[in-house]
Design a protein around this ligand. Structure first.
Ligand SMILES: *Cc1c(COP(=O)(O)O)cnc(C)c1O
Length: 398
């Protein structure tokens, strides 16, 4: 009973975000009175074609791109799949080597593994203890046969922002395509595709207060890339299928909104994030922050608590109305610790005791105070049940 009375504190905004009310409102007419197929000739429907092209303009404007370089997809995973598979195929006559990292989202990692089975060679770059790739290692990995470099803009688990501009410069100098999975970063930090020499960029609506099942792939003009879905002439014949008009309107509205509030929102979130990090590190012993201290997404905090099991921690937080994540949503349910936490060098036990809290514009200091107080209590309870912790204390570590 007690739980039902509590306010829900949602700190899992890296998994998904709440669709903003004005986004829902903008979408609604496209389910009902404006339901026409944009490919139809009569004016009733063809107006929707213009509406779609307006959304393309909005997104292109935010990225410093051209409207005809924005291709709508069904989300981040599809964009990642498209970028890797289609570029690999289109450039196969030039080479068969792809470079990515060990900390990518599974939409990239599993696509890369698929390509390996099809004869491509993939180098998975290591990262340092903060989760950044080393530019020297990237340079050393480049071969005459390298056709694509794919490095995420910011990591979804530990929030670390990669040196994207430098990576883009290196790729550019070598005439290699550069793709970035910007699903977490887009809408949170400024991104300019020319400044960073980005040839392809993936983004997703539901990570920036837009709807689920819609995203886009930016493809620089001149990049040879195969069609991903064959059929009608939509998306300049590269991705067939009647457009998801409500989704596209929702995405465009969300992007405009995110770009407009970015500065203020990120300053506020950064301040609250640092308050949370400060309190946790100071008030809970045997705990560490994962990810880069400053080059990290404004809303991301990721901790490891020794002698604590992440899943147990999440369940007890849930009991207090707090939504967080351990590892990543996609790996929950499996017993393997997060590949990202292992890549930054955490031992298995420490990686298992991890908690990701990702803030939103609605998060308040009061929420975070309640979260830290709850965490202190829960971590204490779990440690008191842990034989490893008991041993550790007996050995005089108090
Ligand atoms: C969420 C996420 C994806 C997948 O996006 P969907 O729209 O859910 O398919 C890909 N990459 C990263 C970094 C993500 O955080």
């Amino acid at each position: 009973m007690e739980n039902e009375m509590k306010k829900l504190i949602y700190l899992d905004n890296a998994a998904t975000t709440k669709t903003a009310p004005e986004v829902v409102e903008a979408m609604l007419p496209y389910f009902s009175e404006k339901f026409g197929n944009p490919s139809s000739v009569y004016r009733f429907a063809s107006g929707n074609k213009e509406v779609i092209s307006e959304q393309r303009d909005v997104i292109a404007g935010v990225l410093g791109a051209r409207s005809n370089e924005i291709y709508f997809t069904a989300g981040g995973s599809e964009s990642d799949n498209w970028a890797l598979k289609a570029a690999a195929e289109a450039y196969a006559d030039k080479g068969n080597h792809i470079i990515t990292t060990k900390i990518e989202h599974h939409a990239i990692l599993h696509t890369a593994e698929y390509l390996e089975k099809r004869g491509f060679e993939v180098t998975y770059l290591d990262v340092d203890e903060d989760g950044k790739i080393r530019l020297e290692e990237l340079k050393r990995a480049i071969r005459p046969t390298t056709i694509l470099i794919s490095v995420m803009f910011a990591n979804n688990e530990i929030g670390t922002i990669e040196p994207v501009r430098e990576i883009g410069e290196i790729a550019h100098e070598h005439g290699i395509l550069f793709h970035t999975d910007a699903v977490q970063a887009f809408g949170q930090v400024p991104i300019h595709v020319d400044e960073c020499h980005i040839d392809m960029l993936s983004a997703s609506g539901h990570k920036l207060n837009g709807p689920k099942g819609i995203g886009f792939l930016y493809i620089r003009k001149g990049v040879k890339i195969r069609s991903f879905v064959h059929g009608g002439a939509q998306e300049r014949k590269r991705r067939a299928g009647t457009e998801n008009v409500p989704g596209i309107v929702g995405l465009g509205t969300a992007v405009k909104r995110a770009a407009g509030t970015m500065k203020e929102r990120s300053e506020k979130e950064r301040e609250l994030r640092d308050y949370l990090i400060g309190r946790v590190l100071k008030e809970i012993p045997y705990c560490r922050l994962n990810g880069h201290r400053t080059d990290r997404l404004p809303n991301n905090a990721n901790f490891s608590f020794r002698f604590v099991e992440g899943e147990a921690l999440l369940i007890m937080l849930d009991g207090k109305g707090i939504c967080g994540s351990s590892g990543s949503a996609c790996t929950s349910g499996s017993l393997d610790p997060s590949h990202v936490l292992l890549a930054i060098g955490l031992p298995h036990e420490t990686a298992h005791g991890s908690l990701r809290l990702t803030l939103s514009e609605e998060t308040t200091k009061e929420d975070l105070d309640y979260v830290v107080d709850s965490l202190k209590e829960i971590v204490g309870t779990l440690r008191n049940m842990s034989p490893l912790y008991e041993d550790f204390i007996k050995k005089g570590n108090k």
